[in-house]
Design a protein. Structure first.
Length: 60
């Protein structure tokens, strides 16, 4: 796969969740989820560091 295709594969859009639209969600590439050993409905922690979000396992 070309470098550009790999970079574009990890570009995601934020999507409004529910009718009210008070939350936004995004998908995570299944390859990354599998690599991390995560599963559906797993709890994760989201931290803000400057303009970056860090997502980690809830138990870590």
């Amino acid at each position: 796969m070309a470098r550009r295709e790999l970079e574009e594969k990890n570009i995601r859009k934020l999507t409004r969740m529910g009718r009210e639209g008070s939350s936004l969600g995004m998908t995570i590439p299944k390859e990354l989820v599998k690599e991390l050993g995560w599963r559906e409905r797993q709890k994760v922690v989201v931290k803000k560091l400057g303009k970056t979000l860090i997502i980690s396992d809830w138990h870590s």
